[in-house]
Design a protein around this ligand. Sequence first.
Ligand code: ATP
Length: 644
Amino acid sequence: MTANEAISEETMLRKQSITPPETSTPSPSPSPSTPTPTTISASDSELSEIFFVENSRRKQSIKIQVKLCPEGVYLRRETDEDDHINEQLIRIDDIIGSRYGPRLKKRARGGLNSCKNPNGPGQEAAPEPDSDNSAYLYIYAYLKKEKPLRRVQTLRILRFRSSNDYGVNLKTAETWHRTIRQHKRSNGSSSPADTGKQLLILLNPKSGSGKGRELFQKQVAPLLTEAEAQYDLQITTHPQYAKEFVRTRKDLLERYSGIVVASGDGLFYEVLNGLMERMDWRRACRELPLGIIPCGSGNGLARSVAHHCNEPYEPKPILNATLTCIAGKSTPMDVVRIELAPGGDKHYVMYSFLSVGWGLIADIDIESERLRSIGAQRFTLWAIKRLITLRTYKGKVYYLRATATPPKKSEPVVEMAREAEENPQANRSSLPEFQDLPEEDELDADHFADAISLDRSVYRQHADSWHSAMSRRTAYYSLGGPSLRSNRSRMSITQRIEAANAEFAETIPSGTIPGLQVPLSPGDGWVCEEGDFVMVHAAYTTHLSSDVFFAPASRLDDGLIYLVIIRSGVSRHQLANFMLSLNTGTHLPVGEDPFVKVVACRAFRIEPTGSDGILVVDGEKVDYGPIQAEVMPGLINVMTTSGQ
Ligand SMILES: Nc1ncnc2c1ncn2[C@@H]1O[C@H](COP(=O)(O)OP(=O)(O)OP(=O)(O)O)[C@@H](O)[C@H]1O
């Protein structure tokens, strides 16, 4: 039989072949349940064709109607023998890509460099002259199944051989390929293949067990190839590499459609903070969705994203997360602005996406580092040790409940300016120097990049430390810009500072709560708890690590920080139960508890007494001392399988 044929791989490459008749005549598009003897039926959005699967064992051919429509690919199978009909829909969301051309000799693998197909997206090289004239369409899908939640790899191969001319068959296969892409686009998926841009992939070869490179080659690259994703793989060579890359790259937004971090949470933290230090941070956060492929040891974000979009995680976290990154959809996610007391070597303002910890869990996380060689067991062992030798910490915890009305923004800079005008000499030393930025026409692209890379940290430190002490707002920046210069001489100090603030409010992310040095007032809605604490731990994603389901009620963009406060006096038994239930998310008290409290808040401040203790932000140790945090709702976009 010289007819079209489809090789259908239901699950992991289980092959059958389907073959439609040799000649094809156009026909109206059939419904999925109505088989037609015709081969091709094309409208703008639907294609339909009858294929045959040769069943050599039973010496019969099975007729399969394949219909491509906006919902996906319908396959309707019937046998002459028992009139039995099987139907299946491969949802368009579950199809990650397709390719067409001659039969693939072996499974294509992505390399470690930019992936480019010389024949254009989805198309393979022309067949050898002596081979058959069939054109093949490979449809790569990962079917989502519930109970247990999993993705099942599925490959459908349609073989087009109606014509003796390879070019004609290829054209038919190409039409199917193009239509699949169109349907994915209409379904809200901006596939990397459609954007004309590359995915930036940042890979830390040292994260987790140190096998990031191999994991990428074996598990990630093949999927990127199937999804026709063009990518630029950057392998980090040292800490801060990723941060500097995204911070200083001039063409970041023009060149890349998104950033995928193939690493642990530590590298994602670098990328987030690098983005936030760009002059175009707002646009970068809005336009560049961020994805994570879990190659680290904690992987709290990857687990939280999987939880958010009801995607499987274990037993194949890398494969599942990669599917999420290539789904072409994204969801807003909160970022938390952290302010630390100056003095240490860590950055004064930082941006966090997971958690802030003080006390028990932070201690276990950091102190058990010395047992890293024994793997995840280190947490259990150290938790037992710390439960036996329980520590408490004295201090104050302030929080602004989610329901509290935000404090009215004061006009601190205006107040300062007024003082300065009244008494210029007295205030001169406390006012920052006005720095002239280059004229706009001097700002070519290179110049701009240098300005970003050289000066930003200076501006940030300077402005923050100055204003935190003097004002209720922490991030007004007083640097004169080009827009001020023309009429500067005619402007009062007040006007100049207001104008500068307006300009830099856009270019530098600012907080809305009082600076760390400013006392907090209950009148503004702040609740204060004072005393001895076993732990204060704040989370804004569901999972702190792949197996710590810390804030089950959290949503990626709910604008909430979940603050868990455990006071001194809690029994070891209750604490042990708390720790043991962390992986199921059943650790939090259902009703009122005298020792354990959960507060949904917008902002909080911790003021530890003394200097001996551990504070962590996103699992990394920071300088011990006062710390405050404020949520910036939906600031970034993370790659998901549902969403826009
Ligand atoms: N090439 C490199 N060599 C050494 N360290 C690196 C390199 N690239 C990045 N780093 C640093 O390694 C740190 C840890 O990386 P990462 O978070 O990816 O892995 P992890 O610690 O195993 O995972 P997790 O944070 O989920 O526990 C990051 O803070 C990053 O700065």
